[in-house]
Design a protein around this ligand. Structure first.
Ligand code: DX5
Ligand code: ZN
Length: 224
């Protein structure tokens, strides 16, 4: 079964524990935390303090997506705050192998993220070392954007790369996934679905979570 990772970027922050509870009741597997610094992306969200708060209200893995400059300086803070998976952007990190190793040494799973304009082929040499590859299907920075169709091809390429190298990374997709396109994302080979506004922007968050969960539950079995 694939993984459903609702993004709290679109949650009602004044009621965070309740919002997390709603997606838990709907069958969410991970909680996706979007960290933005106003430099790597043109938006600012939250930092380790909120990750710690989320950690205190759920036992689900916290999937932390760092859209920040110099992520190396903050790895320890986020992992101490309770991050289970930490993903850094390929476009930002210079010594990626070192950063990935550091995340693992600190006790978290390590992921690498690529923007829509970054090809999957560039991940070949790191792919045996990462637990997760996150394919951005929107330009990072904001929730509620439209899915970039070319991402479907990239998901399939990542799947092929995994097969060719006999690698074991999870393929995660982030941005613009809704009830109309989730089937296509699944069919392309996505294992972990990040969904923000199409879950938290709906009237009945638990029922919507269940709907997504039902659709993706035919996917690959992931042990987390
Ligand atoms: C975008 C974030 C996404 C975002 C997805 O920069 O990385 O995680 O929350 O939100 P939706 O599902 O609304 O596109
Ligand atoms: Zn994200």
């Amino acid at each position: 079964m694939a993984v459903l990772a609702p993004s709290i970027l679109s949650a009602d922050m004044s009621n965070l524990s309740k919002q997390i509870r709603f997606v838990e009741m709907g069958g969410a597997d991970w909680i996706h935390c979007d960290i933005m610094d106003g430099h790597f992306v043109p938006n600012i969200t939250f930092g380790p303090i909120l990750v710690k708060a989320a950690r205190s209200v759920t036992k689900l893995p916290l999937d932390v997506h760092l859209m920040i400059e110099n992520p190396d300086n903050y790895l320890e803070d986020f992992i101490k705050a309770g991050a289970s998976i930490v993903s850094v952007h390929f476009e930002e990190v210079v010594h990626l192998n070192r950063t990935i190793n550091r995340i693992k040494e600190l006790g978290a799973k390590a992921g690498v993220v690529i923007n829509p304009a970054t090809p999957v082929s560039l991940l070949k040499d790191i792919s045996l070392n990462v637990d997760l590859i996150l394919i951005m299907s929107v330009n990072p920075g904001f929730g509620g954007q439209s899915f970039i169709l070319n991402s479907l091809k990239k998901i399939a390429e990542a799947s092929k790369l995994r097969e060719e190298l006999n690698a074991n990374f999870v393929i995660e997709v982030d941005g613009g996934i809704d009830l109309n396109n989730v089937d296509n994302v699944l069919a392309a080979g996505c294992d972990a679905f990040v969904i923000g506004s199409s879950i938290f922007g709906t009237e009945d968050i638990t029922t919507t979570t269940m709907k997504f969960k039902n659709i993706i539950s035919t996917g690959r079995k992931i042990i987390t």
